[in-house]
Design a protein around this ligand. Sequence first.
Ligand SMILES: [Zn+2]
Length: 294
Amino acid sequence: MIGVDFGGTRIKAGVVKDGVVTREVVANTPRTPAAIFAAISKLVKSLKREPESVGVAIPGEVDEHGHCYQLPNVKGFEGIAIARELSKRLGCPVSVENDATAAALAERRFGHGLHVRSFLLVTLGTGIGGGLCIDGAVRRGRRGFGGEIGHVLVEAGKDAWPCGCGLKGCMEAYTGTAGLIRKFRSLGGKANEILDIAKNARHGEKAGVKTFQHYGHYLGSGLATIQNVLDLDALVFTGGIAASFDLLEPSLRAGMKARAFAPPLADIPFLRSELGEQAGVVGAALLPQIMINE
Ligand SMILES: [Zn+2]
């Protein structure tokens, strides 16, 4: 089975067997849809010249007909039928799903979902994604647009930060990679990479420490809103920024406590994805065989 995790920064394609990626190839994400389709096709064909089927996780929403609604961090995909375009290039059926929903599917089958019934898988990366599993079943909503947690409002003032979706004050504006870097620079820090900011924070330098506190606070505010509605068993984190989870965890917990309707709601366990960075590729590889919501 071949799974593709098309992210805002990188595209990963892997051969997956029993929930494990046995071979993986990676490329940087080009800027236009045509170049992205070409890059995905090249990666997949380098793994298998004639694939039988391919699953693709995308950083946005796709409806039941395979039409993309919006990729907040990759422009030009509005209304494009991603599955059909890729199917033409690869010569096989292609299934497409939101990346966080695909990752939740992998977590349900092979990770914490084996013993946690209701969880939200939260991807902390270029954008903030949510994949929802309720009572053992991954849910995508009526149109497949469910789980867009990154666009929960966390700041309503006129100076609220703009988000890639076109609105202002979204959780993702503060907790996507760009928001993290923006905060660090506003405090006089100089870095282009999350790892540089994490290193600064680990050295106890003020800019890095405050940046992660700011990040955790807004992530906590947004996730408390979700938890107030769903009362889940656990939050499961993955994505590039989750590698620095220890730096943001105290302010995340405090942020949740500040916004939780009832204190026990904020005591929800924070788990790290059992599949880690491979959740997207593993979940994508499951897509051709699975009908979510069935
Ligand atoms: Zn937004």
